[in-house]
Design a protein around this ligand. Structure first.
Ligand code: PMP
Length: 380
């Protein structure tokens, strides 16, 4: 019998879609997949070579639990130079990004503490909060996904401990302005909360500018900044990222890391070390994502019955629709009738929406979105 805690955790929203897609593929059908939230590129060769060379040199052992010092120092330097966050190695813990989110919550919340989530949110957040015995309080945003802080105050209770969000946003592609983030920071300070700022898409900003709230002096000890290598460097399989926070939080998270994963994989830490020197590949991949974004946006705009917030970052578009069916029916129907995979919006907190990941080839985008267009012509 599994624990009641685990029984309450949802499987990934894309699992049933992937199962169905596997069936169709086995039947010889071509699938247009906009479901996968990962770059289709292979990790840059120099990064792979450096990691493998390090392994061949014998760097295949446990590392210090918080990460190899050279990498923690380099991440601290990156935080200073790029994010304007005043960090030292002792403010950095190296671990996979999704695990950082778990470590952050495990380190700051007691069972029953509340975490505010602006909606739409990254699909895993509510389950990560549940897993760490917190309670999710979703807060609505407006039609441009801006937060209303006066309205948000109503959601704060004596049990509210943290506010968690990602910027650029998965699933909407929203990039928050410095002004909005300064207002958010005032709200955090006023209510004495922690801010978990998931910045995993920080390098994929096409419009507007990345701003890290942890760079605001008063927010330094209140912000847990989480980021990683998966999206910027096409390194999803290496399972490597980091969290940056005040030292006592890093110390707490490090204890949990020691008793769970011990340390991040040594070979991936060396890959990350090399990745931080590789600004060219990020720029090349970003330029290609931007072309795909433009193509996706222009094609979706042509489809009657769909609305779209123009994504400014990450690699997602999140169209809304007004047809009668709910979003999981829509996703299943699109797969059945047009062999197109999208992710339903409900698990992101937004029904009557679906998410398109455009981290796929321009040919797939052209054919797949024209199929979505054909589908909506026939549905009302
Ligand atoms: N945060 C967000 C917003 C994400 O989209 C993802 C990956 N889809 C993660 C965290 C987890 O990243 P990783 O796979 O590197 O752990």
């Amino acid at each position: 019998m599994v624990s009641s805690r685990v029984k309450e955790i949802n499987e990934s929203a894309t699992v049933s879609m992937s199962n169905k897609a596997a069936e169709l593929k086995a039947a010889g059908k071509t699938i247009f997949n906009f479901g996968i939230g990962e770059p289709d590129f292979t990790t840059p060769k120099e990064i792979i070579e450096y990691a493998f060379k390090s392994a061949l040199e014998g760097k295949t052992h446990y590392t210090p639990s918080a990460g190899i010092m050279e990498l923690r120092e380099k991440i601290a330097k990156k935080m200073k130079n790029k994010n304007n966050i005043d960090a030292e190695a002792s403010n950095v813990l190296v671990t996979p990004t999704k695990f950082s989110l778990n470590l952050a919550l495990y380190s700051i919340i007691d069972p029953g503490d509340e975490v505010l989530l602006p909606s739409p949110y990254y699909v895993s957040y509510p389950d990560i909060i549940k897993l760490n015995e917190g309670k999710t309080i979703t807060v609505p945003t407006d039609e441009n996904y801006e937060m209303d802080f006066d309205a948000m105050r109503k959601y704060v209770s004596p049990r509210t401990k943290a506010f968690m969000f990602n910027n650029p946003v998965n699933p909407t592609g929203k990039v928050y302005s410095e002004k909005s983030l300064r207002e958010l920071s005032d709200f955090i300070l006023e209510n004495n909360l922690y801010l978990i700022s998931d910045e995993i898409y920080e390098d994929l900003v096409y419009k507007g500018k990345m701003f890290s709230p942890g760079s605001i002096e008063e927010m330094r000890d209140k912000t847990i900044t989480v980021s990683g290598f998966s999206k910027s460097y096409a390194m999803t399989g290496w399972r490597i990222g980091y969290m940056v926070a005040e030292k006592s939080i890093i110390k707490a998270a490090n204890k949990v890391q020691q008793q769970t994963m011990t340390c991040a994989p040594s070979i991936s830490q060396y890959a990350a070390l090399r990745a931080l020197d590789d600004e060219d590949s990020v720029e090349t991949m970003k330029a290609e994502f931007m072309k795909r974004r433009d193509l996706t946006v222009s094609m979706i705009r042509e489809i009657d019955g769909l609305t779209l917030y123009e994504p400014e970052g990450a690699f997602y578009a999140f169209p809304g629709y007004d047809a009668a069916m709910d979003d999981s029916e829509l996703a299943m129907d699109l797969l059945d009738k047009q062999n197109v995979i999208v992710t339903p919006g409900g698990p992101f907190g937004s029904s009557k929406h679906f998410r398109i990941s455009y981290a796929t080839s321009q040919d797939t985008i052209k054919e797949g979105i024209s199929r979505i267009g054909k589908y909506f012509k026939n549905v009302k």
